[in-house]
Design a binder for this molecule. Structure first.
Ligand SMILES: Cc1cc2nc3c(=O)[nH]c(=O)nc-3n(C[C@H](O)[C@H](O)[C@H](O)COP(=O)(O)OP(=O)(O)OC[C@H]3O[C@@H](n4cnc5c(N)ncnc54)[C@H](O)[C@@H]3O)c2cc1C
Ligand SMILES: Cc1cc2nc3c(=O)[nH]c(=O)nc-3n(C[C@H](O)[C@H](O)[C@H](O)COP(=O)(O)O)c2cc1C
Length: 609
């Protein structure tokens, strides 16, 4: 956008100033400015109101619109949040007055005043809501939830179909709102990991129906803007257009004799023009193991050179398609259900019966499509029919372990190798196994930055931080401290780190010790679970330091938890609740409310997997 002196009411000096600022404004800022000037043409300019917080209400007040809609998002790793933002922009472009807000910032008592509500929400844990959706989710399930007869809504639900409780949170919001009397504008859409097309189709449908509801005619111009993530210019790389990053370093951080393998991977981002902040993750598209693909093709008696035609891309050999494009190592009930129509094996049909849910659960865990091909013969399935049942291979996310300020052209990751044995066959994680066994310096890997606004250092670098992580969960804290060192941040920091053995598993030991020495890290407590008779984990160290932890929290510290979700994060959460209860002399309900309040203030953040 360039303003010219001719035909404008501004003098040359003003045009120069405007041309400096206009190209640097984000869409949200332009819209805000537009609304601000029309509402208060002579007012002073409160810059601080538009800077900072990710979650800002975007109001298109410049347009005399009566089409109001609220877009709420519940998001852990940022997907629902970025979709919701994109939708808000689209609706604004269609003259809707849009309020975009995180569920944790949403005023619960304003729910009954809303008329049109769109929700984008993911599912976490084992069918649980993301952290910032917990309160609204609980509120809707409670007796306090109001009657919502005037509300019209629709839900876009994000999830992963390999989880038993696929899109559970979206389903629960949908059912609950309907039970409270609200009406669906359009049916809920449940999206798998490859969510772009389904999400766009949902919005197109909802936008058309909203227009019909409000103005009596569906807007002829329901057209989606380009995904903000997708290529807007040739040199911008993204999830849909990954950058080929060269491997600079690939080292095993664990010492000889360790039970673990943890790779420190350094990649070059030179010329990628990719921006990231501590707390973001890197997505890597993996390839399936060639030997596994060959064994699967042989088992099903196909020709590996058979040409496979895929939507929107040139034909490929069956072997290449299975190596690069499709998931063959994760099983789910929906996948086995599709495959069941291509075998007469009664065993597979039996396994899929509702009464055999537990058996199915056990079968799915750790097995892959080669097991299925071997276990449920005879098959009458062609290669292309088989391919049509499969999901695209999803990218693996890794918490970034370096600061871009400290290493401008690089990104570092900390990758735990997954190895296990099931059914007498040794297996490894698709990417982590390849990373440990095959990836070499000089190779390239297709990567993109996955921004996570929900795991971020405090804006004020004087704010104290408490970082809790076990194993690879320590990765983002390396990025945090590199960043704080670069910034010369004065805020105190406390690291709780746990792993199995001091001698072999103290990841990045010398770096923490140097940071302790120079004061970038104020305190460190470690828990090596297998060095003592009684196992000691990070939560035990937290308990030992309860009094000081509580003081830090009371003094404004931000708490971070990263790493294993099932055990570590759950136990740490329970320990923190206990600490707050005991040290703050609170009831268990008050402790829960205290943590919820921290969450709302973005002072309790989790990056767990
Ligand atoms: C936001 C986010 C950040 C992450 N950050 C990191 C990080 O910093 N470092 C890191 O290492 N990982 C991280 N992960 C996890 C990472 O994305 C991958 O899930 C992990 O590396 C495994 O991928 P893979 O391709 O090696 O294994 P996959 O091929 O995906 O295999 C993993 C699967 O193997 C099965 N499995 C594993 N162990 C067993 C067993 N003993 N018995 C039976 N089955 C088993 C399970 O079904 C498991 O889901 C993160 C994930 C998320 C969502
Ligand atoms: C630790 C973890 C647990 C998950 N649990 C579920 C689940 O139970 N059901 C489901 O459908 N998806 C599950 N997912 C998948 C997420 O919902 C999916 O990745 C989604 O795109 C995340 O969106 P968000 O970034 O907005 O949180 C899980 C993902 C992670 C990392």
């Amino acid at each position: 956008m360039q303003l010219q002196v001719i035909n404008s009411p501004f003098d040359e000096e003003q045009v120069k100033l405007l041309n400096q600022i206009l190209p640097r404004l984000t869409e949200g800022q332009k819209i805000w400015l537009n609304g601000y000037l029309s509402a208060s043409p002579t007012g002073s300019f409160p810059i601080e109101e538009i800077s900072g917080d990710e979650v800002q209400a975007i109001t298109n007040s410049a347009i005399t619109a009566t089409k109001e809609v609220t877009v709420l998002f519940g998001s852990q790793t940022g997907n629902s949040q970025s979709i919701a933002k994109k939708f808000a922009k689209n609706l604004q472009a269609d003259n809707f007055e849009v309020t975009l807000v995180s569920m944790s910032d949403f005023k619960l008592n304003s729910l009954k005043k809303l008329q049109h509500l769109l929700i984008v929400v993911s599912t976490q844990g084992e069918g649980d809501p993301p952290d910032n959706a917990i309160q609204l989710h609980e509120f809707l399930a409670s007796k306090r939830a109001p009657k919502l007869d005037n509300l019209q809504f629709s839900i876009l639900s994000l999830g992963d179909s390999s989880y038993e409780k696929f899109c559970q949170t979206g389903k629960e919001f949908d059912e609950r709102l309907a039970a409270l009397g609200a009406t669906r504008i359009a049916p809920r859409v449940d999206c798998d990991l490859d969510f772009d097309d389904a999400a766009d189709n949902w919005l197109t449908d909802v936008q058309g129906k909203l227009n019909e509801l409000i103005t009596g005619s569906s807007s002829a111009s329901v057209k989606l803007h380009q995904d903000t993530e997708i290529v807007t210019e040739e040199f911008i790389y993204s999830r849909k257009n990954p950058f080929q990053a060269q491997v600079l370093e690939n080292l095993n951080l664990n010492g000889r004799g360790s039970n673990k393998e943890t790779q420190h991977l350094e990649l070059s981002l030179e010329n990628a023009d990719l921006q990231f902040e501590p707390g973001d993750s890197l997505g890597i598209y993996p390839k399936n193991n060639e030997a596994l693909v060959a064994a699967l093709i042989a088992e099903l008696g196909w020709d590996e050179e058979e040409q496979i035609q895929m939507k929107d891309s040139p034909a490929q050999s069956l072997k290449d398609a299975l190596i690069s494009n499709f998931e063959i190592t994760v099983l789910s009930k929906p996948l086995l259900t599709k495959l069941a129509s291509f075998t007469s094996s009664s065993q597979l049909h039996d396994l899929l019966q509702v009464e055999n849910t537990q058996q199915l659960r056990e079968y799915l865990y750790g097995r892959d499509l080669l097991d299925v091909a071997q276990d449920f013969k005879p098959w009458t399935i062609s290669a292309s029919e088989f391919i049509s049942t499969l999901r695209k291979i999803p990218a693996r996310l890794y918490s970034i372990a370096s600061s871009q300020k400290a290493n401008p052209d690089e990104v570092h990751l900390t990758i735990g190798t997954v190895r296990y044995e099931v059914n007498g066959r040794e297996r490894e994680g698709v990417f982590s196994g390849a990373c440990a066994d095959q990836v070499e310096v000089g190779d390239t890997l297709p990567v993109y930055v996955h921004h996570n606004p929900n795991f971020k250092l405090p804006q004020n670098s004087e704010t104290p931080i408490i970082m809790i992580g076990a194993g690879t969960g320590v990765a983002p804290y390396r990025a945090f401290l590199e960043e704080r060192e670069e910034l010369g941040a004065g805020g105190k920091s406390w690291l709780f780190f746990g792993d199995q053995h001091f001698v072999t598993d103290f990841l990045y030991q010398t770096e923490w010790q140097r940071w302790l020495k120079v004061g970038v890290l104020t305190r460190m407590d470690v828990a090596f679970s297998r060095d003592t008779e009684q196992k000691v984990y990070v939560q035990h160290r937290l308990k030992e330091r309860a009094e000081e932890i509580y003081k830090w929290i009371e003094n404004g510290a931000v708490i971070y938890i990263c790493g294993d979700e099932k055990h570590m994060a759950t136990d740490v959460h329970a320990t923190l609740l206990k600490i707050i209860e005991e040290q703050g002399r609170k009831t268990s309900e008050e402790a829960v409310a205290y943590i919820q309040n921290l969450q709302q203030q973005k002072r309790y953040q989790r990056d767990v997997y």
